[in-house]
Design a protein around this ligand. Structure first.
Ligand code: V1S
Ligand code: CA
Ligand code: ZN
Length: 390
């Protein structure tokens, strides 16, 4: 099997359930759970499963999800069916829970939510129980969901549930989000505690890019009695950022955060809509550049919960997450960049059949992030961290 063996000195757990992939948001909706089928195809074809402990994700229980969400909202998700979209009796609740074009009701919705949430909760528990040092759930990472509301293709916030598990053991948890969108749901959930430091890198345009939050100076409520004040770091970016600048910025920000905050565990959301050629995104990252952020985070040597997130060009999402799996098991150098013949759906990777196509050259978006703009981000964030220390 390609000589891929278990990484030396640490354990990686991999959490997945093929039942997640079978759900459909609707044909015109950009979120395609099917991208997880492609990811799994690549991971298996390269033999990476030999290097990890594999777990079939179970459904999170109602009670587990109620550690963050309200029972009313969960009960609604459990009983609602697609036909209710037409039913007048349901229209108030549908509106109040923000169900609509972004977050439609589809067959098996509650099953879908509880399975991806169960994967993240299990993954976090493996870390807490010392059964894994790195735990991966590519079906998770749904960072927009709120306590009583769906948002941006997210219904249940599995990341919040995973962090709550880690907080049972670790005094401080750091959350890093490289999805092209702002991780608003996670930021908001821990807005009032100093036990979670959230850091999101994202495209920011208050009026023209979802969700419109995550400005540089948005660091948590600044009331002197609020322990959470200043424990949100936001890295707002413009269109077209490229590998070199992004990685330099990522390292500068994350190293400063770790030095100041000294977390006991890290949660990394690897939304792949920050890649070039994404259907919704506007950055110019390559699979290698995106992966380099994962590799850098791994060098910190902390227990790590790794989740997926956005990503709307399925072939590239699967390339990135397969490559990142290989990084996490320390096997990136053993992976053939030519996608193996044994991959089902290999035609998806035409014409190059490469794990690393030049995405940044294929649909070049002008880079609107000047060096001066990026330097100012780092300087401002370092200043914010000085204040966070008190
Ligand atoms: N950008 C974008 C976008 N595209 C859609 C969309 C398109 C077709 C559909 F059939 C349904 C939806 N919605 C949006 C964004 C939401 C982006 C969510 C990103 C999620 C994540 O990657 O961060 C994590 C998984 N929604 C909007 O821009 C809101 C609208 C303002 C415009 C689109 N309409 C459908 C709703 C209102
Ligand atoms: Ca982000
Ligand atoms: Zn996104």
């Amino acid at each position: 099997h390609n000589g891929i063996t278990r990484p030396k000195g640490y354990t990686v757990s991999y959490h997945a359930n093929p039942a997640v992939e079978a759900h459909h948001f609707g044909s015109s909706h950009p979120m395609k759970p099917w991208r997880l089928v492609l990811t799994k195809e690549l991971v298996l074809a390269y033999g990476m499963h030999h290097a990890m402990d594999l777990y079939l994700s179970r459904a999170a229980t109602f009670e587990e999800m109620a550690e963050f969400h309200t029972e009313d909202y969960l009960e609604f998700l459990r009983q609602v069916i697609p036909a209710d979209m037409e039913a007048a009796e349901q229209s108030d609740r549908i509106a109040s829970y923000n169900i609509g074009d972004d977050c439609p009701i589809f067959d098996g919705l509650f099953n879908y939510c509880s399975l991806y949430a169960g994967g993240t909760v299990d993954a976090a528990r493996k870390l807490v129980n010392n059964q894994a040092d790195i735990a991966i759930n590519w079906s998770g990472g749904l960072h927009h969901a709120k306590k009583t509301e769906a948002s941006g293709f997210c219904y249940v916030n599995d990341i919040v549930l995973g962090i709550l598990q880690l907080l049972r053991f670790h005094p401080r948890v750091m959350y890093i989000d490289i999805d092209v969108h702002h991780g608003d749901g996670v930021e908001q959930a821990f807005w009032s505690t100093d036990r979670v430091l959230t850091v999101s890198f994202h495209k920011y345009d208050k009026d023209n890019f979802f969700p419109g939050t995550g400005a540089l100076d948005s660091n948590g409520p600044s009331h002197p009695l609020n322990p959470g004040s200043r424990h949100a770091i936001n890295v707002p970016l413009n269109d077209g950022i490229e590998d070199g600048d992004y990685l330099q910025l990522f390292k500068a920000v994350i190293s400063s955060c770790v030095e100041t905050y000294n977390p006991g565990a890290i949660v990394l959301q690897c939304g792949a809509d920050s890649l070039g050629c994404d259907r919704l995104g506007c950055f110019n990252l390559n699979v290698t550049g995106h992966g380099a952020c994962v590799a850098y985070t791994k060098t910190l040597g902390l227990p790590m919960l790794v989740v997926g997130g956005g990503g709307y060009t399925p072939r590239n999402v699967s390339r990135a997450w397969a490559h990142e799996t290989s990084i996490l098991i320390d096997a990136a150098d053993k992976i053939d960049p030519n996608i193996p013949d044994t991959v089902t759906f290999r035609n998806q990777f035409a014409p190059d059949y490469s794990l690393f196509p030049p995405l940044s050259e294929m649909r070049k978006i002008e880079n609107k992030n000047s060096k001066q703009y990026l330097n100012n981000l780092v300087a401002t964030i370092r200043e914010q961290l000085r204040y966070m220390q008190g």
